[in-house]
Design a protein around this ligand. Structure first.
Ligand code: SF4
Length: 243
C-alpha cells in the first residue's frame, strides 16, 4: 500500500466559507471552522459567503495537488446556491491535473450536484460521528449513487469519532464502493472523548476488508495528538489508496 504522512491534502480552496442553518450533526457541536473564524475574524461562520474571485485559483497551479474544497463549510449546505456549485464544478472539470476532495455531513442533499456526472478527479467524503449517523448518511449516499449511477471515489470521514463505529452493514455488496476511511478524535478545548479501542476495532475491520485507512488524530490520555510518531505503533497508519 502507498503510505504517506501529514494531512491527506496539499492545499485548501475555499470559494465558499461559512455554514449557516441548523447544525447538521452532533459532530458540529464544537465546529472547528466556527472556532477558527471566531479566532481570526476572517468571516462570520453563521453566514454563507461565496468568493467567485478565487474560483480560477486551481487553474493557476500547474503541479498536481490534492485540494480540499471548502474545508470550513459544507458544499451541500442548502444555503449554497446551485450557481455556486455549478461554477465550482466547472473549475474541477477544467483542472484535471488535480484531485479535489469534498466532505459533507448532508448527503441527503446530494441531488444538488445534478445534473452533473461527478468528475473523476473528485473524492467524495461522507461523514459520520457515530453509528446511527453513519447508517443514515450511507443510506442516503447509496440511494443517490444507485439512482443517478454516480460512483465517485468514496471516503468516509469518521471524525470526530464520538462512539464505537462498525462497517458491518456495508461490507457485503457495498464494500467495493468504499475506498478509504479517515478516523480522528475531536479537537479543541471542549473535545469529547474517543476511546482508543473504538479506533483499533475500526482499523482492524478496514485491514480485514482491504480498505485504506488514515488515522488522523488520536485521543491519548485526554490529549488530541496529531503527530503520527506519538501514536501507538499499530495505529501509525496513513494510507491514501490501496495499491
Ligand atoms: S457542517 Fe461542518 S462546517 Fe458546518 S457546522 Fe458542521 S462541522 Fe461546522
Amino acid at each position: 500500500m502507498k503510505k504517506s504522512s501529514g494531512q491527506y491534502w496539499d492545499e485548501t480552496w475555499n470559494p465558499i466559507v461559512g455554514c449557516p442553518g441548523p447544525k447538521a450533526s452532533p459532530g458540529c457541536q464544537n465546529c472547528w471552522a466556527e472556532n477558527l473564524a471566531g479566532r481570526f475574524h476572517d468571516h462570520d461562520h453563521s453566514k454563507l459567503e461565496f468568493r467567485p474571485e478565487i474560483l480560477a485559483k486551481p487553474l493557476e497551479w500547474k503541479r498536481p495537488r490534492r485540494i480540499f474544497v471548502c474545508n470550513t463549510a459544507d458544499i451541500l449546505n442548502p444555503w449554497v446556491s446551485l450557481e455556486a456549485i455549478d461554477r465550482i464544478m466547472d473549475t474541477i472539470y477544467k483542472a484535471q491535473q488535480h484531485t479535489f476532495i469534498f466532505c459533507t455531513k448532508r448527503p441527503e442533499n446530494l441531488s444538488r450536484f445534478l445534473p452533473f456526472e461527478l468528475p473523476h478527479n473528485l473524492e467524495l467524503g461522507i461523514s459520520g460521528c457515530n453509528q446511527a449517523e453513519l447508517e443514515q448518511n450511507l443510506n442516503d449516499y447509496f440511494a443517490w449513487a444507485f439512482e443517478t449511477d454516480n460512483f465517485p471515489f468514496l471516503w468516509l470521514s469518521l471524525e470526530p469519532m464520538l462512539g464505537p463505529i462498525t462497517l458491518d452493514n456495508w461490507l457485503g455488496f457495498h464494500r467495493e464502493f468504499i475506498d478509504r476511511v479517515v478516523i480522528g478524535c475531536e479537537s479543541g478545548p471542549h473535545r469529547r472523548p474517543c476511546k482508543i479501542e473504538w479506533v483499533e476495532n475500526l482499523v482492524d475491520q478496514c485491514r480485514e476488508n482491504d480498505i485504506a485507512v488514515w488515522v488522523k488524530q488520536l485521543d491519548l490520555k485526554g490529549e488530541c495528538v496529531r503527530e503520527i510518531g506519538r501514536f501507538p505503533k499499530h495505529l501509525q497508519i496513513r494510507e491514501l489508496y490501496l495499491p
